[in-house]
Write a new protein. Structure first.
Length: 193
């Protein structure tokens, strides 16, 4: 059974997104050393996967020199973050901490490097599933319903309350903190449900 290449690319894209979000999170939140090491280990695994994918693509490319010329910028994206993370915890409040944080912040930019290749796969996925049209339709519905609810229902005094009501209603949560008082507000709620 042959595994679809697009599925593998999508899986790697999800791993990269999770990894980048995790690295950004540990940059701004002070976590225990065990949690930081867990994120660093995950980053190391993702970097290994990226390395093997790079080697596989290089091996199967027709012109290896051409492949390296067009994909050289993937190499910095494959460098694991664990060295910087461990150095930050060892150095603590040292003046070098700022330098390491800047290096890590620059390395977070690898998601942009790696997404350059995967945007075509992602756009094809959106195109074939019509997910882009669905998201656009929901966005237009939320904006139009929020504006209408804000203008015609006296139960809300701010647009953010109106937007909150629409999002809570459309997601079927229904907290009940905002209840429509007008007929138009009830019709909007009915349509959203």
């Amino acid at each position: 059974m042959k595994i679809n290449r697009a599925l593998i690319e999508l899986f790697i894209l999800v791993l990269i997104l999770i990894d980048s979000i995790s690295l950004i999170f540990i940059m701004f939140v002070d976590l225990s050393l065990n949690n930081v090491l867990l994120v660093s280990f995950f980053d190391f695994i993702v970097c290994l996967i990226l390395f093997f994918e790079f080697i596989y693509d290089l091996k199967h490319s027709k012109d290896k020199k051409e492949y390296l010329n067009h994909n050289w910028y993937y190499i910095p994206a494959m460098i694991p973050d664990y060295i910087i993370t461990i150095s930050l915890h060892i150095l603590g409040g040292s003046s070098l901490t700022l330098i390491f944080r800047l290096i890590r912040f620059i390395r977070i930019g690898r998601i942009l490097i790696l997404l350059k290749k995967d945007t075509k796969i992602f756009s094809n996925f959106l195109k074939h599933t019509y997910l882009d049209k669905l998201v656009l339709a929901i966005l237009v519905l939320v904006i139009c319903a929020s504006i209408t609810f804000f203008l015609y229902d006296p139960s809300v005094s701010t647009f953010s309350d109106s937007l909150w009501y629409v999002v809570v209603t459309i997601s079927s949560v229904g907290y009940g903190d905002i209840i429509p008082e007008s007929s138009i507000g009830r019709i909007i709620g009915f349509i959203l449900i």
